[in-house]
Unconditional design. Structure first.
Length: 575
C-alpha cells in the first residue's frame, strides 16, 4: 500500500540560525529540537540531561494523600496487602515494582495476577475471593480497576478496601475506592499519560516521602517503569521521558538479572535501547501472561536466585517461541477468512472471529492484519462462552471512542486511543461487526485511512558529515542524535528525506530486504543503506534511475567496526 509522505512544517531559517548560534549546535540538531518545542537553553538541557528533580510532586495527583494514608495505616496495623495486577507487561512490571519497593520495607504483602482465560481482564470476583480467603484487607489494583465498579462494590461488602492505580480512560461511574488516575476529569496532575506502572511509581514516591525512607531502593527499581513505558506505547514526553531515560540508564548500567537472562536468550547484549526493550524484553514478559500466567513474569523480575531466574527465563523464552508460532498460524487463518469475504472490500474496518483461536495472541494478530489491510481491526475468539478480543487502530483514529459508540452491544470494554479489549455475547458478534464498521465509516478521515511516514527534515547526503570529518567513521551528527533517546510516541527517532538518489549497487537479501550503496548527483559521497521488507521496490532502485528515500540514521556494527547505515523506511521514484 502506498504510504503518504508527510514532511513536517519547516522552521524558518532565521529562527533555526538564531537558536543554533545561541546553543552552539548543528543546524540540523537545532531544527529537530525546535520541531519538538524546545526553543531555549533550559529546555534543551532538560531534554538531553533528564534528572530526578524533573519528576512532578506525586501529591498533586487526586486522592494521593488518601492512598498513602491508607497504606501507612495498613503498615501500622499490620494488615495484609494484596497487589492485583493486569497480566500484560505494564501490569506485571507494576506488581514487581510494588513487591520490590514496598516489600523491601513491609513483609505482609503478596500479589495476584488473574488468569487470562478463566478470569479475563481486570479485577475478578475470583481474585477478590482469594483475598478474602487469605485475609487480605487491602487490595492495590495496578494497571486495572478503573471500570471494576461491581467487583469493587463486592469487595467492600466483604470488608476489603481498594486503591486503584490505573491509567485507562475512566467510565461515567467510578468504583468505590481510592482512585489514582491522572485521566480523571478533576485530577490536577500535570501529566496525563503515565503508564500503569508509572502511576504505581508515583504512589511509591509519595509513600517513601511520607515515611522518610531513603529513595535508593525506589530508584533502583526505575528500570521496571522504563520497560512498562516502552511496552505500553505511551508517549515518551514530559515525565515519561524522564522516567524512561533514568530507567534505561539503570537497565544498562546495573541490569536486573532477569533482563540480562532474557537478553542472553535472545542473543542480545548491553547496552540496549527502548526499541530493544519493545522488541526483545517486552514480548517475552508478555508471553508468560499470554500462554500460562503473568505471575511467572513477576516472579522472574523480582527474583534474586540465579537458578530460579535461569529456569523461569528459559520457560518464558519457550513461551515466546510458542507465541510466535501461534501468531503466525492464526494470522494466516485470519487472512484466509478476509480473502474469502466477498463484502470485505466495501468495509472500512476489519473484524474477524474464530472460536478456537488462542486468546493470548489476538492483539498481536490484529496488528499483523493492519500491516496487510490498513484499517481499524478487531480479532475475536471464544472464552468462557463469550466472544472476547483485542482491537488495534490506524494512525490517530481513536479505537476507544469507536468502541464507546458500540457499548450497548458490549458486556465489557476498556483501553486507550490505539488499543483496546472487549467482551460480548457470541450472538451479538454479527451485529457488533456491522455497528463497528458503521462507526468507523462515519468517523474515520481520509488521512487516517492510509499509512503515513512523518518526515522531520529533508537532507542532502553531504549534510550528514561536517566538513573535514572522516567519512569512514560514524558522523558526529549520528552521535548527537543518539542523545535524543529514548524514542517513542511524541519523541520518535528523526526521519529524513533525501531526493534524487542513485544506486551504485543493490541486491536482494532473503527475498525480502534490499541492500544498497547510494549516492546523489553532484556528490562524491557513497552511503550504505538497508531497506527491510521492501523487496517490491527493487525495480525502482535499478541502476541509473533516480529515486527518493525516507530513512533514519543508524550505527551499524560489524566485526567490532562501526559505520553509518541508512535504515530506509520507504522508496519512491523521483518525479
Amino acid at each position: 500500500m502506498q504510504k503518504r509522505w508527510l514532511v513536517k512544517t519547516a522552521i524558518a531559517d532565521t529562527t533555526v540560525e538564531e537558536f543554533r548560534s545561541k546553543l552552539k549546535i548543528d543546524r540540523i540538531v537545532a531544527a529537530l529540537l525546535l520541531q519538538r518545542g524546545i526553543d531555549n537553553y533550559e529546555d534543551a538541557e532538560a531534554f538531553f540531561r533528564p534528572h530526578w528533580g524533573q519528576l512532578h510532586d506525586p501529591y498533586i495527583m487526586k486522592d494521593m494523600e488518601l492512598a498513602v494514608n491508607r497504606i501507612v495505616e495498613a503498615i501500622t496495623k499490620k494488615e495484609k496487602i494484596l497487589f492485583f495486577g493486569d497480566y500484560d507487561v505494564d501490569g506485571t512490571t507494576a506488581v514487581a515494582l510494588m513487591m520490590e519497593a514496598l516489600g523491601n520495607h513491609y513483609k505482609l504483602v503478596d500479589f495476584y495476577i488473574p488468569d487470562r482465560y478463566s478470569e479475563g481482564y481486570g479485577i475478578s470476583f475470583q481474585g477478590i475471593d482469594y483475598a478474602r480467603e487469605n485475609e487480605f484487607s487491602l487490595i492495590v489494583a495496578l494497571d486495572c480497576g478503573i471500570r471494576a465498579v461491581e467487583q469493587i462494590t463486592h469487595a467492600k461488602s466483604l470488608g476489603i478496601d481498594f486503591i486503584v492505580c490505573d491509567h485507562h480512560n475512566p467510565g461515567d461511574e467510578l468504583p468505590d475506592g481510592i482512585i489514582l488516575n491522572p485521566k480523571q476529569a478533576d485530577c490536577a496532575y500535570p501529566f496525563k499519560e503515565l503508564s500503569g506502572c508509572g502511576v504505581a511509581y508515583k504512589l511509591l514516591q509519595a509513600i517513601y516521602q511520607k515515611k522518610g525512607w531513603t529513595m535508593d531502593p525506589l530508584e533502583d527499581s526505575i528500570d521496571l517503569v522504563a520497560v512498562s513505558i516502552g511496552a505500553d506505547i505511551v508517549p515518551v514526553i514530559d515525565e515519561n521521558r524522564t522516567l524512561c531515560y533514568l530507567g534505561m540508564e539503570r537497565l544498562n548500567r546495573h541490569p536486573r538479572k532477569a533482563f540480562e537472562a532474557l537478553l542472553k536468550l535472545a542473543n542480545r547484549s548491553l547496552p540496549v535501547s527502548l526499541t530493544d526493550v519493545v522488541f526483545v524484553i517486552a514480548p517475552r514478559i508478555n508471553a508468560a501472561g499470554r500462554l500460562r500466567s503473568g505471575k511467572f513474569a513477576v516472579e522472574l523480575m523480582i527474583s534474586a536466585d540465579n537458578n530460579e531466574i535461569l529456569r523461569l527465563s528459559e520457560d518464558i523464552n519457550a513461551d515466546n517461541m510458542e507465541r510466535r508460532s501461534l501468531d503466525q498460524e492464526i494470522t494466516q487463518e485470519a487472512l484466509a477468512l478476509i480473502e474469502n469475504d466477498i463484502d470485505f472490500e466495501q468495509r472500512k474496518s476489519t473484524v474477524v472471529f474464530q472460536p478456537h483461536w488462542h486468546k493470548g495472541v489476538v492483539g498481536i494478530v490484529a496488528s499483523r492484519l493492519i500491516e496487510k489491510y490498513f484499517r481499524p481491526t478487531i480479532v475475536l475468539t471464544e472464552s468462557n462462552g463469550k466472544a472476547t478480543g483485542s482491537a488495534r487502530t490506524v494512525n490517530d483514529f481513536n479505537i476507544y471512542d469507536a468502541l464507546t459508540e458500540c457499548s450497548h452491544l458490549l458486556e465489557q470494554f476498556g483501553g486507550h486511543t490505539h488499543a483496546a479489549g472487549m467482551t460480548l455475547s457470541i450472538d451479538k458478534v454479527e451485529e457488533f461487526c456491522e455497528r463497528f464498521d458503521q462507526v468507523v465509516r462515519e468517523k474515520i478521515t481520509k488521512q487516517e485511512e492510509s499509512p503515513e511516514v512523518q518526515i522531520d527534515l529533508e537532507l542532502n547526503f553531504d549534510e550528514i558529515f561536517t566538513r573535514g570529518e572522516n567519512r569512514m567513521k560514524v558522523p558526529r551528527l549520528v552521535r548527537i542524535l543518539e542523545q535524543f533517546e529514548p524514542h517513542g510516541p511524541g519523541n520518535m527517532k528523526p526521519i529524513f528525506l533525501s531526493k534524487n538518489v542513485f544506486a551504485v549497487e543493490s541486491k536482494l537479501l532473503k527475498d525480502a530486504h534490499i541492500k544498497l550503496r547510494m549516492t546523489q548527483a553532484a556528490s562524491d559521497l557513497v552511503l550504505d543503506g538497508i531497506a527491510f521488507n521492501l523487496s517490491e521496490k527493487m525495480d525502482e532502485v535499478a541502476a541509473g534511475l533516480p529515486f527518493d528515500i525516507v530513512y533514519t540514521l543508524e550505527t551499524n556494527t560489524w566485526n567490532n567496526r562501526k559505520t553509518l547505515q541508512l535504515n530506509i523506511k520507504d522508496i519512491r521514484a523521483t518525479t
